[in-house]
Design a protein around this ligand. Structure first.
Ligand code: MSP
Length: 513
């Protein structure tokens, strides 16, 4: 059996969840649901990154203990994930004992590698990024390039990881394999490699809120070492568990801002620890709104909670997954409403309505077995049959937007098929006596069967994207999608059991202004 392990980043709890978090998590969920549907042993991990100065400071600001504060914000992430129908298998928090235990085991392995040494670190440190910068990376006035706040000059004794020793191996990995996706990000990482890798410090003395380093009471893990190890600690790495051996290595979905950590630091540390490196790191792009960067200070935000309350989880999931994954893209309310009305209400919703009402009217709701075939059927059936390869390819390549494109080709082909075959005329003609009436009846049966069958396939393929709407659709078709044991069989054209009774239900996507 094929296995699929997918992770989202673990999110900082220094603020409530925002749309960027929702975006990565929806994508990971869509992939996880697709792999479950096809019968792969699937594991989907998300969670929260709870250590570091920023988080201690945020708790202070709210007048809460850091424990209460992190509990409260972690709960907000969980609430949003349930609102968005996120089917994670595990949610890890870096403050949990199981994580700390696993991270300590990882730490011991790093120490044992011989690639950790003690040195003095001096550099420009941004407490908001929890990162050191080269002088050349700072903006005028020694401002950090991300938050544009003054960086501090910090000197302290730290543990260092000898990243430079992994230069050749990382170069080989990134040049010769599909480890980093998409291609733009691979090139970016190759650019970083070309400049030569430098060792980095993996402990902090001036940070209090973190995992204490054994034998060095005044020092904690560098937050990124702590955080990255979540991908294995959640699999009970601490106890060398079956879960770990079954699912590791996995696939990391991340935003483009955190690829250095995932594509360089993380695999190198895993190599040092003697553990397998990830299968792939896929980086998606950044969302802007109305052409501007998202920013709480300017108020240019997309609130995932409000958006989901207004539209429901599925349309939100659909819209975000429709955007080119891997590229930057711009959000506007107009585009959202347009996609909802055009793709969901007009195209898909309407196809279902038309089909269901015709089966009701012409066959009292009982889907007929196909009768006479004509060339026009082939056009539709070919599109439907072609879908399987297209969707598989798209999903294997982390391109849910391409899967959507392919699925909607079938939706439009089916709508066009209604217009081309004019079932209402066939219904009239079948009342005629003799051969002509019989022929029209056999044609009508084929047309309606093909429409119902197309909708069944559409329901299968949209189910990872819009699980609730897919269920609504299959309920109206009088079937369930629960039988996943034979994925290839389940999606063969002709799988709809003729003679089944359809059950007209509520409008799937009520049109909105
Ligand atoms: N805690 C680290 C990740 C550790 S993983 C071992 C972190 N957390 S974060 O809370 O800042 O959220 C990170 C995710 O949100 C990233 O994948 C990032 O790319 C994503 N986004 C933040 N703003 C975004 C946009 N404007 N658009 C799309 N995604 C963005 O980094």
């Amino acid at each position: 059996m094929t296995k699929f392990y997918v992770t989202s980043p673990i999110y900082y709890v220094n603020d409530v969840p925002h749309i960027g978090h929702a975006y990565t998590t929806i994508a990971a969920d869509t992939l996880a649901r697709y792999h479950r549907l096809k019968g792969d042993a699937t594991y989907f991990l998300t969670g929260t990154d709870e250590h570091g100065q920023n988080i201690a400071r945020a708790a202070d600001r709210h007048g809460e203990t850091v424990e209460d504060y992190t509990d409260r914000i972690a709960a907000k992430f969980k609430a949003l994930w349930s609102q968005l129908d996120i089917s994670y298998d595990d949610f890890i928090r870096t403050t949990e004992p199981r994580h700390i235990e696993g991270a300590l085991k990882f730490w011991e392995k790093l120490l044992a590698s011989g690639d950790v040494y003690r040195d003095t670190y001096a550099g420009w440190y941004c407490q908001f990024c929890e990162a050191f910068y080269d002088e050349s990376e700072l903006l005028p006035g020694n401002l950090d390039p991300v938050h544009k706040r003054p960086a501090e000059w910090v000197e302290e004794s730290n543990y260092f990881f000898r990243l430079s020793a992994y230069q050749t191996r990382l170069q080989h990995l990134i040049e010769n394999t599909g480890f980093v996706q998409p291609e733009t990000r691979r090139r970016e990482i190759l650019g970083v490699l070309r400049q030569g890798l430098r060792d980095f410090s993996i402990s902090r003395q001036h940070v209090r809120w973190g995992i204490p380093i054994p034998g060095s009471p005044d020092e904690v893990f560098y937050v990124w070492v702590d955080a990255l190890s979540n991908y294995i600690t959640a699999l009970d790495y601490a106890h060398d568990s079956e879960l770990y051996h079954k699912f590791w290595p996995g696939n990391h979905l991340v935003g483009k801002d955190i690829i250095r950590f995932h594509c360089l630091y993380w695999p190198a540390m895993l190599m040092a620890a003697g553990e397998p490196i990830p299968e792939q790191v896929f980086a998606h792009g950044y969302i802007t709104k109305d052409g501007e960067k998202l920013s709480k200070t300017t108020g240019n935000i997309i609130d995932p909670v409000a958006l989901t309350e207004e539209w429901g989880a599925d349309p939100v999931r659909y819209f975000f997954m429709k955007q080119p994954f891997g590229s930057d893209w711009n959000y506007t309310d107009e585009a959202f409403i347009r996609a909802y009305n055009a793709d969901l209400a007009d195209q898909l919703g309407n196809l279902l309505n038309r089909t269901v009402s015709m089966v009701m009217r012409y066959y009292a709701g009982q889907v007929p077995a196909p009768g006479l075939e004509e060339p026009v059927d082939t056009v539709l059936v070919d599109v439907a049959r072609g879908l399987r390869l297209q969707v598989d390819h798209a999903m294997e390549h982390f391109a849910p937007h391409e899967a959507i494109g392919a699925i909607w080709e079938l939706v439009s082909a089916a709508n066009k098929y209604v217009d081309d075959t004019e079932p209402w005329n066939l219904a009239k003609a079948r009342k005629e006596a003799g051969e002509a009436g019989k022929q029209a009846d056999a044609r009508l049966a084929t047309v309606l069967y093909n429409l119902v069958e197309s909708l069944r396939l559409i329901a299968i393929y949209i189910s990872p994207l819009m699980p609730t709407k897919a269920r609504g659709l299959t309920e109206q078709l009088g079937i369930t999608l629960d039988n996943h044991d034979d994925w290839e069989h389940m999606r063969q054209f002709g799988g709809y059991p003729a003679g089944s009774q359809i059950k007209p239900g509520a409008v799937l996507f009520p049109k909105k202004d």
